[in-house]
Ligand binder design. Structure first.
Ligand SMILES: Cc1cc2nc3c(=O)[nH]c(=O)nc-3n(C[C@H](O)[C@H](O)[C@H](O)COP(=O)(O)OP(=O)(O)OC[C@H]3O[C@@H](n4cnc5c(N)ncnc54)[C@H](O)[C@@H]3O)c2cc1C
Length: 142
């Protein structure tokens, strides 16, 4: 296995420093290589699921309030939507999705995307109604 040394580059607008390749290589003798690197969505999603929109970073694009995706009946939440985040954020997305899925399945005829109003009609007292959503943030929960 041929490895290329990396160094950290300058911080971007979000304050994160991305790795920058150096012109230095190391070779390791291996029988088997199992790689488990990074937290990005598998690029195969795009090819295997036509019509499922991804965001600019390659994660599944989902509505921040309902977790609805571009594919009717498909909801997504957690790291596959936010990028690597926390268990609390993933769990809250699961709760929002469960509420939205319930409303979606109980609406005849089915409507897509499921709307917050549709959800409020079926679950007016659910936690969903109280969840503040900070637009444009991956940390949508307080
Ligand atoms: C090293 C590390 C340490 C962390 N420490 C913390 C911490 O201290 N506190 C914290 O809050 N968060 C922590 N996190 C983040 C936290 O683990 C994630 O934010 C959280 O697990 C995301 O939950 P999820 O349900 O979105 O995804 P996951 O927990 O990754 O669940 C996705 C599931 O889908 C399965 N899956 C994937 N592909 C398929 C497929 N094709 N078919 C069927 N199943 C599939 C996977 O096997 C997995 O079980 C840590 C993460 C890492 C990597």
């Amino acid at each position: 296995m041929r490895l290329q040394r990396m160094t950290l580059g300058e911080a971007d607008a979000r304050g994160r420093r991305a790795p920058v390749p150096l012109d230095e290589f190391v070779e390791l003798e291996c029988d088997t290589v199992i790689y488990a690197l990074g937290t990005k969505a598998n690029p195969i999603i795009n090819r295997a699921t036509p019509g499922l929109n991804l965001d600019a970073r390659g994660y599944i694009a989902a509505d921040e309030r309902t977790q609805a995706t571009s594919l009717p009946g498909v909801f997504a939440g957690g790291d596959i939507v936010t990028g690597g985040a926390t268990v609390i954020l993933a769990m809250s997305a699961g709760r929002r999705a469960a509420t939205a899925i319930g409303a979606y399945l109980r609406t005849t005829p089915r409507r897509w995307p499921v709307s917050p109003e549709q959800i409020a009609a079926f679950a007016p007292t659910s936690a969903f109604a109280d969840i503040p959503v900070e637009q444009g943030s991956t940390h949508a929960m307080s």
